[in-house]
Design a protein around this ligand. Structure first.
Ligand code: ADP
Length: 186
């Protein structure tokens, strides 16, 4: 089962990804988590990514594609994976398609989690009070929403022709939303 989870910052992708990965016994690949790990380790990739992340901007496509090309070939990805935060731009989606073709793999679905933007900003401001994430401040949160609208939302159009997109309402309890996601996947 190879899945993409798409949705604006704050919609709860990480929380839902954890539940969905457990259900299917697949790995959860959050590019945000992977990148934060690289920053923490002060690796070459982390050093390159940090300033973009702190500003709420996207890390350049080439860096993401190189990182994911390596990651998707690790043996733990064979049974399946849930991509959370990737692809995030049209070039990344095209790059992913090439990677999948090379690996002889297909996506099973692109799950699109939706929610009202004001609600999301409220949630993220709250999260920022405890997450310690340098990009969970009101200004950077608004910027990330804008980046999402401009660069990531067009992916829905990109995938529309493939019949892969399953839209799921992201407002509700964690459990309700997980059930909605599992329902569209079955
Ligand atoms: P969000 O809550 O904004 O969805 P993430 O944890 O997914 O946060 O990502 C945090 C930051 O990491 C992004 O704002 C961006 O700088 C960087 N990042 C994560 N995934 C990607 C990607 N696919 N392409 C470019 N940058 C990315």
């Amino acid at each position: 089962m190879k899945l993409v989870l798409l949705g604006p910052p704050g919609v709860g992708k990480g929380t839902q990804a954890t539940n969905v990965k457990e259900h299917f016994g697949i790995v959860h690949l959050s590019t945000g988590d992977i990148l934060r790990g690289e920053v923490k380790a002060n690796s070459e990739l982390g050093q390159k990514a940090k300033s973009f992340m702190d500003a709420g901007k996207l890390v350049p496509d080439e860096l993401l594609l190189k990182m994911m090309e390596i990651r998707l070939q690790q043996p733990d990805c064979e049974p399946g994976y849930l991509l959370d935060g990737f692809p995030r731009t049209i070039p990344q989606a095209e790059g992913l398609d090439n990677l999948l073709t090379g690996l002889g793999q297909n996506l099973a679905a692109v799950v699109s989690l939706t929610a009202d933007e004001d609600e999301l900003v409220k949630r993220l401001v709250l999260r920022g009070e405890t997450s310690g994430r340098s990009d969970d401040t009101p200004k950077v949160i608004r910027d990330r929403q804008e980046v999402y609208r401009q660069q990531t939302e067009p992916l829905l159009e990109y995938y529309a022709s493939t019949d892969l997109v399953k839209e799921v309402d992201g407002i509700g309890t964690i459990e309700e939303i997980t059930q909605r996601i599992l329902a569209v996947l079955n």
